[in-house]
Ligand binder design. Structure first.
Ligand code: ADP
Ligand code: MG
Length: 232
């Protein structure tokens, strides 16, 4: 398994009250696959994804990504893992407002080590004519494409997308999702995506249904290949 999560537990404590956010989550995803975490707001999806991405820590359980046991890494190794192996995409893009498209991609992604050609990436995300624009001059869909370019220019093994279409209209969502499918197909990037939209589950190899910190159902669509799955 490329991602192997076993019996992951996480609690938050506020004052005297304890919130059990993850109550023993286990999941597996093969290299090159797309996994979708589907569940209502507050069910622990972002916490799970942040732990897999090495930006939050579990209380117990094990997380293994491409043979790396995250709990066994020291701080420097965890920083390397986050920087070199993981690309993050969020609902609200998280672009730097006073930097251009090009600068947002270069600066934030530490491009000196980027293995992908910047112009190829800009072309792939459809932004080759917008590289000198500022975020405020772009539509929501275009801003999300900048965020996607920033995440993939370092050619991460794993792309973690937290409600990437949550702020977009239907048509724009479709085009962003088809861009993510293209990245999965062309670069072989393993994608784990959070959504509360069940229709998005159709583009996944595996759907994990989450309720109140537990995976209540795992649906595998492995008989279909990426090309056969729903065209967005
Ligand atoms: P989702 O992404 O499914 O909406 P989250 O993982 O963001 O869910 O949150 C799950 C639960 O954990 C929620 O009840 C939320 O309020 C709580 N939570 C998340 N982060 C924190 C935090 N830093 N401190 C306390 N509670 C938190
Ligand atoms: Mg969330």
């Amino acid at each position: 398994m490329f991602i192997a999560v076993e019996d992951l537990k996480k609690n938050y404590y506020t004052g005297k009250s304890k919130t059990e956010v993850l109550k023993g989550v286990s999941l597996g995803l093969e290299k090159g696959q797309t996994g979708v975490i589907l569940g209502p707001s507050g069910s622990g999806k972002s916490t799970l994804m942040n732990i897999i991405g090495g930006v939050d820590l579990a209380d117990s359980g094990s997380i293994c990504v491409d043979g790396l046991e995250l709990a066994a890494l020291n701080d420097d190794q965890l920083t390397d893992y986050r920087r070199d192996s993981v690309g993050f995409i969020f609902q609200f893009y998280n672009l730097v407002p006073n930097l251009t498209v090009m600068e947002n991609i270069e600066v934030v992604s530490n491009i000196s080590k980027a293995p992908l050609d910047m112009n190829e990436v800009l072309k792939a995300v459809g932004l080759e004519t917008k590289k000198k624009k500022f975020p405020r001059e772009l539509s929501g869909g275009e801003q999300q494409r900048v965020a996607i370019a920033r995440a993939i220019v370092k050619n991460p093994k794993l792309l973690l997308c937290d409600e990437p279409t949550g702020a977009l209209d239907y048509e724009t969502s479709r085009s962003v999702l088809s861009l993510l499918q293209k990245i999965n197909r062309d670069l072989g990037t393993t994608i784990l995506m959070i959504t509360h939209n069940a229709a998005i589950g159709e583009m996944a190899n595996v759907v994990y249904k989450v309720r109140s910190g537990e995976i209540v159902e795992t649906i595998r669509n492995e008989e279909t290949t990426a090309a056969e799955r729903i065209e967005w």
